[in-house]
Design a protein around this ligand. Structure first.
Ligand code: FA5
Length: 281
């Protein structure tokens, strides 16, 4: 009974539709010359754009992408990076803990260095050249400059004869490719427990060309990353003999880079999901 009714209903509906169509065509109500309605197209998130640009530049220089994990253990995030329990430098990274002991959300992409060395180093016998992009999490006060989740792009090169000259030259080359042929960089002494020596890198302000503006706080320079020579303890924890092998590492923040590039004055826009912000890119 139901099937018979459904079939009858459908047949009638098709007939009406065909008649309607024929009638509207006859009357000219359907103007096939009208342009179609445009479909809304999605776009890439501003962070994704910057990440892809950074990845492409490092790929040209022979760095492959290595994906490490967001959920880490305390050992890899801190201890293996030369910060044993109760080390004061751990305070530099306020941490999200989980209910499981020693399981945390990574506070930076640096623990990926240890994982890359174990995964690709063949027990400390092979050189490595990788970048490690990914999300990091910090239990911090959210401000216009700081979010509790943000991306980092880590870089790691391990080899037999890598020196600080390689680090400086490679980063200067990255800056030229990212910020333009004439971009100048400067290196400032800094401190990270997992690199020795450690530096922070500034690039000449690409908004004002070094003359001084609001973005660079009238200094002519903006900070783009932390870096240094991989600490012997970290090489050892990655399975390498530090008397035979050396390396350099760096870490940069794509959101801060994007903010500088587009003059975005508040990092909270990035994950607000506000289309008025996202549609501008
Ligand atoms: C680090 O996290 C080091 N692991 C970087 C490093 C790697 C040094 C390898 C040496 C060798 P730092 O805490 O400064 O360093 O963070 C690096 C970058 O991440 C900053 O320059 C910034 O761009 C970004 N960043 C840090 N905290 C935040 C935050 N709360 N919100 C947005 N971006 C952040």
């Amino acid at each position: 009974m139901k099937e018979a009714l459904t079939t009858a209903y459908e047949a009638r509906e098709t007939l009406i539709q065909e008649q309607e169509l024929a009638r509207s065509l006859e009357e000219g109500a359907l103007d096939v010359t009208l342009p179609g309605r445009p479909r809304e197209a999605g776009g890439l998130h501003p962070s994704t754009r910057t990440l892809r640009q950074i990845q492409a530049i490092w790929a040209e220089m022979g760095f492959q992408v290595f994906r490490s994990r967001d959920v880490e253990d305390d050992y890899t995030n801190f201890t293996a990076l030369n910060m044993p329990p109760h080390h004061p430098a751990r305070d530099m990274w306020d941490t999200f803990y989980t209910t499981q002991e020693n399981v945390i959300l990574r506070t930076h992409t640096s623990p990926g260095q240890i994982r890359a060395m174990h995964a690709l180093g063949a027990k400390g016998t092979r050189p490595i050249r990788v970048i490690l992009p990914g999300m990091c999490y910090r239990y911090e006060q959210i401000t216009a400059r700081s979010e509790i989740q943000f991306h980092q792009v880590e870089g790691l090169a391990v080899g037999r004869t890598i020196t600080m000259t390689d680090l400086k030259g490679t980063i200067a080359d990255f800056a030229r490719r990212m910020y333009g042929e004439r971009a100048r960089v400067r290196f400032r002494a800094s401190h990270f427990p997992f690199t020795e020596p450690s530096m922070e890198v500034d690039v000449e302000c690409f908004i004002c060309g070094g003359e001084g503006c609001r973005v660079c706080k009238y200094s002519g320079w903006v900070e783009i990353m932390g870096c240094g020579m991989v600490h012997p303890v970290v090489l050892e924890n990655g399975g390498y003999d530090p008397t035979q092998w050396s390396g350099f590492a760096f870490g940069m923040g794509p959101e801060r880079i994007t903010m500088l590039k587009h003059g975005i004055n508040d990092i909270r826009y990035f994950w607000s999901g506000d289309l008025r912000f996202l549609e501008q890119f």
